[in-house]
Ligand binder design. Structure first.
Ligand code: CO8
Length: 270
């Protein structure tokens, strides 16, 4: 699978893992409208391939990271100075669609946070399924220091990650969390000493994912997102539907057959 060249993103595929690197290091990878457009196109391309590939699954996981010393230092503040309130609403809604496109990808997405993940950068990381971080990472929602509020999902996703109390404190003060505190708060799942270790760690996890049933992994992701925040009975009803769906897959037939035959499964991916 090949991607076109993007002005602000680097893409690389190794062993079915796609790495997308936001590449505007001079502006600490701030989310300009060009970055947003490139992310839209890149995520559309991955989604198209995975939807039309009938079981081939050329991508089994995605890593999103940043070039240089930042993951993403937020929305592009310079660009925002020229925006009207209506422009800002459109900008926010557009980035919401990008975060939903990440959630809708049928493969796990790991944010590999190498440095500053502030404002829109923290929000981009939280749209991913799992956040891994290097010791150089820091997280925060400093919008109130600019007279702004989170616009890319932070008011909704930060409480889901860290609970309402800490989310309120962070959103009211703009205080940053270093990587260790972010891990203790439940925002970061795994912490690595160096950026190289971080990327290796994300690859290892996605290699483990690639040994599982692609249809089941996609269904688990869809179920987790669909049930988030629902009352328990409604969530369980969705889970029962997913369980029914899994029983209609060739992967289920192969996975259970291989277990009973004491063999490694060879999943058809459907
Ligand atoms: N936007 C544009 N440019 C940026 C941004 C940014 N968010 N962050 C850094 N840069 C630029 C700097 O202006 C500087 O450019 P130049 O060299 O031309 O002066 C370059 O990147 C390097 O930055 P610094 O010199 O400041 O680097 P430091 O290492 O000294 O500091 C910091 C690093 C602490 C990360 C600092 O750059 C900083 O505080 N950046 C801003 C962080 C921030 O406030 N982010 C939140 C932005 S608001 C947001 O994301 C809201 C999202 C919702 C929007 C809703 C739609 C409207």
């Amino acid at each position: 699978m090949q991607f076109p060249a993007y002005a602000t993103l680097l893409t690389d595929i190794r062993d079915t893992v796609l790495t997308i690197t936001v590449n505007r290091p001079d502006a600490l990878n701030a989310l300009s409208s060009r970055v947003i457009e490139d992310l839209e196109h890149c995520l559309d391309a991955v989604s198209d391939v995975l939807t039309n590939d009938d079981g081939a699954w050329p991508v089994r996981g995605v890593i999103i990271t940043g070039a240089g010393k930042a993951f993403v230092a937020g929305a592009d503040i310079r660009e925002m100075t020229a925006m009207s309130p209506d422009d800002a609403h459109a900008y926010s809604s557009r980035m919401h669609q990008v975060t939903l496109a990440i959630e809708q990808l049928p493969v796990p997405v790991i944010a590999a946070v190498n440095g500053f993940a502030l404002g829109g950068g923290c929000e981009l990381a939280m749209a991913c399924d799992v956040i891994y971080a290097a010791s150089t990472a820091s997280f925060g929602q400093p919008e109130v220091s600019l007279g702004l509020v989170p616009g890319f999902g932070g008011s909704v996703r930060l409480p889901q990650y860290v609970g309402p109390g800490l989310a309120r404190e962070l959103l009211f003060t703009g205080r940053r969390l270093d990587a260790g505190e972010a891990q203790r708060a439940g925002l970061v799942t795994a912490l690595f000493d160096t950026v190289d270790d971080l990327l290796d760690g994300a690859h290892s996890t996605l290699a483990l994912v690639a040994r599982q049933s692609p249809a089941a992994v996609a269904l688990v992701k869809r179920t987790l997102i669909a049930t988030l925040g629902l009352p328990t009975d409604e969530g369980l009803a969705i889970e029962a539907e997913s369980f029914r769906t899994a029983f209609a897959t060739e992967d289920k037939a192969e996975g259970t057959r291989a277990f009973l035959a004491k063999e490694h499964p060879s999943f058809p991916g459907r």
